[in-house]
Ligand binder design. Structure first.
Ligand SMILES: Cc1cc2nc3c(=O)[nH]c(=O)nc-3n(C[C@H](O)[C@H](O)[C@H](O)COP(=O)(O)OP(=O)(O)OC[C@H]3O[C@@H](n4cnc5c(N)ncnc54)[C@H](O)[C@@H]3O)c2cc1C
Length: 495
C-alpha cells in the first residue's frame, strides 16, 4: 500500500491496497470532485471519519488534490503550460474511446480532485430570482453560498487593483448599466488566495478539505485508482452500507463499510452507479441539462491597455444571469491556445469572452445505460440522448447577438473577433441527472438535502443534483448544496 499525504493531518491518499482490503468509516464518499469534496470536508470538520473512493489516481505533477495551475501560475503560462495540460487530461468518460454522438464536447477528468484540479476558478453565484433551487428556501441558500465561496477561497482583492480589471469593467458597464440590483456588471470572484510568502495559489480539492479554523477535523482517507462498481446501502443504522471498488485491472477488490454513502461520481458516474446497483428511480439519468456555450478571443483596445504594468494582475469581469439576461458572461484571461490571427500578439493584450446560456430540463434529454456492454470501470456503458428545444435555440441565438455587443465594448476591431460556438457538453457543466426535488413524484431522484428518495443513508452530490435551468458556472452552487448535504448528515438544521 502507498500512502501519499494530500494535506498533512487533513487527508491521505491510499493507492495499491491489497486485494480483499476492507476499510470502515462513518461515511464513504464516492468521487473526489467538487460535490464529493464539499461533503467530505464538512463531515470531517464535523468530526466524522470519512473515506473517499476515486476511480482515478493521484496526479503526479503536483500535490494530490491541489490545483494543477499552482505548478505554473504566471499569466504568461496560461496558454503555454496550463491550457495544454488541461486539454491533455480531458478524456472520454470511464476510459471510453468515443465521444457521445449527441454531446461531442462532454469529457471527464478522472483523478484525485476530479475536474476541480483543472477548473478555471470562476465562482459566480446563481441568480436568486431565476436560478435558485425551488426545493430550498431563499434564506437557506443565502447562508450556504457565502460558506461555499469562503471554502473555495473566492477572492476579489487580488485582481481588484489591476489596471485592466478596472478599465474593462468600466467599459462593459456603459452599455450594460441597467440590470437588476445585485446582478449588475461586477468583478467575478476567482478561487485563489495569496499565500504567506506572496504566491498566488488556486483552489482544488485541498481547499474543500481544509480544517477551516476547526480543531476537530479528522483525516480523510482517499482510496485512489479504484472505480466503485457497486453500492449496497444495507440497513440505515450502524456500518451497514458497503461500497465495492476494483482496481483498474479488476484484480484487486476493496470494500468500504460505513453508516452512510454519498455518491458524488459526476453527472454521468453517479446515475451510472445507482443504475448498476439496482437503484433506479424514474428520473434517474433524465433531465440532463447543459450550458450552450460561445467563446471568443479579442485584442483589447489600446486605451484599455495603455501603461499596463508588467505585474498587472489578471482580470475577471462578470455580467451575471438575471431576470433581464438569461445568459452568463465572463471576460477574463483564459487558457485557450492562441489563434492564428491573434496568435502573433502578446497574450496579455487579449481577453476571452465566455458566455453560457441554459437548457430547459427535459426528461427526454437523458443518460442511458447498456448492461450488455461494460466500460473501463466495469460498469454498464453510458450513452447520451440530447437535443435543444426551440426555446433553447432562441436563447442561444440571443446569446450570439449579445456576444457581439459585449465584444464591441472592449475589442480592437482592427483585429479579428474569433468566436466559436462549442458543441454540446463542452461547458463541462452537465447537470440534472440525479436532480433534487421537493416531492417524490417521479421528477427527481433526491430530496432537498440530496438524500435519495426511499433511503435513509444514501445521498447524492455534485452538479447532477442541480435541478434548474441556469446559466452560470455551477461549482459554487454545487459546493453550497454539498454543504447542505453534510449539514443533514451531521444532524444540523436544514431549513
Ligand atoms: C477545464 C475546466 C474548467 C472549468 N472551469 C470552471 C469554472 O471556472 N467555474 C466553475 O464553476 N466550474 C468550472 N468547471 C467545472 C467544475 O470543475 C465542475 O463543475 C465540478 O468540478 C464538478 O464537480 P462534480 O463533483 O459534480 O464532478 P467531477 O469533478 O467530475 O467529480 C466526479 C469524480 O468522480 C469520479 N468517479 C466517476 N465514476 C466513479 C466511480 N465509479 N468510482 C469512483 N469514482 C468515480 C471521477 O473520476 C471524478 O473524479 C471547469 C471544469 C474544467 C474541466
Amino acid at each position: 500500500m502507498t500512502a501519499a499525504p494530500i494535506l498533512p493531518g487533513v487527508a491521505r491518499v491510499l493507492t495499491d491496497l491489497p486485494d480483499g482490503t476492507t476499510l470502515t468509516a462513518d461515511v464513504v464518499v464516492v468521487g473526489t470532485g467538487a460535490g464529493g469534496g464539499a461533503v467530505a470536508g464538512e463531515l470531517a470538520r464535523g468530526g466524522l471519519d470519512v473515506v473517499m473512493v476515486e476511480a482515478g489516481g493521484p496526479l503526479g505533477s503536483t500535490r494530490p488534490g491541489a490545483h494543477i495551475r499552482n505548478a505554473f501560475p504566471a499569466e504568461s503560462q496560461l496558454e503555454t503550460r496550463y491550457g495544454p495540460e488541461v486539454w491533455s487530461s480531458l478524456v472520454p468518460f470511464a476510459g471510453g474511446t468515443e465521444r457521445f454522438g449527441d454531446m461531442r464536447g462532454a469529457l471527464a477528468i478522472h483523478s484525485v480532485g476530479g475536474m476541480l484540479s483543472y477548473w478555471s476558478h470562476m465562482c459566480p453565484s446563481p441568480d436568486p430570482d431565476t436560478e435558485a433551487e425551488p426545493a430550498i428556501s431563499r434564506s437557506a441558500l443565502q447562508e450556504l453560498l457565502p460558506r461555499a465561496l469562503r471554502l473555495l477561497w473566492a477572492n476579489l482583492d487580488i485582481e481588484a487593483s489591476g489596471a485592466r480589471q478596472q478599465r474593462v469593467m468600466d467599459a462593459v458597464r456603459k452599455p450594460f448599466g441597467d440590470l437588476p440590483a445585485g446582478r449588475e456588471v461586477q468583478q467575478l470572484p476567482v478561487a485563489m488566495q495569496r499565500t504567506a510568502s506572496g504566491e498566488i495559489e488556486f483552489a482544488g480539492l485541498d481547499a474543500l478539505l481544509t480544517p477551516d479554523g476547526c480543531d476537530s477535523a479528522t483525516t480523510v482517507r482517499i482510496v485512489a485508482g479504484y472505480p466503485v462498481r457497486e453500492i449496497d446501502p444495507g440497513p440505515s443504522s450502524g456500518a451497514g452500507a458497503t461500497v465495492t471498488a476494483a482496481s483498474a485491472s479488476g484484480s484487486r477488490v476493496v470494500r468500504v463499510q460505513a453508516a452512510v454513502v454519498v455518491l458524488a461520481a459526476g453527472a454521468l458516474g453517479t446515475p451510472q452507479l445507482l443504475h448498476a446497483s439496482g437503484i433506479r428511480p424514474q428520473a434517474l439519468g433524465r433531465y440532463l441539462t447543459d450550458h450552450t456555450q460561445m467563446v471568443s478571443r479579442v485584442k483589447l483596445r489600446d486605451d484599455l491597455l495603455e501603461g499596463t504594468p508588467e505585474d498587472d494582475p489578471t482580470f475577471s469581469v462578470w455580467i451575471p444571469a438575471s431576470s433581464s439576461r438569461a445568459m452568463h458572461t465572463q471576460i477574463s484571461r483564459g487558457w485557450i491556445t492562441s489563434s492564428p490571427v491573434l496568435g502573433g500578439l502578446p497574450s496579455w493584450q487579449t481577453a476571452d469572452i465566455g458566455q453560457f446560456t441554459g437548457v430547459d430540463p427535459n426528461p427526454e434529454n437523458r443518460v442511458s445505460f447498456d448492461s450488455d456492454h461494460v466500460d473501463g470501470f466495469g460498469l454498464p456503458r453510458v450513452s447520451v440522448e440530447f437535443t435543444l428545444s426551440q426555446a433553447d435555440r432562441d436563447r442561444a441565438a440571443a446569446m450570439f447577438a449579445d456576444h457581439y455587443r459585449v465584444a464591441e465594448t472592449i475589442a480592437d476591431f482592427r483585429y479579428a473577433l474569433e468566436a466559436s460556438a462549442m458543441p454540446a457538453g463542452t461547458s463541462l457543466h452537465l447537470m440534472g441527472t440525479h436532480r433534487m426535488g421537493s416531492r417524490d413524484d417521479g421528477t427527481s431522484v433526491a430530496d432537498s438535502v440530496g438524500r435519495v428518495w426511499g433511503y435513509d443513508n444514501l445521498y447524492v452530490a455534485g452538479n447532477g443534483l442541480i435541478s434548474t435551468r441556469n446559466a452560470g458556472n455551477p461549482t459554487t452552487n454545487t459546493v453550497a448544496l454539498g454543504l447542505r448535504t453534510a449539514d443533514a448528515i451531521l444532524g444540523r438544521a436544514t431549513p
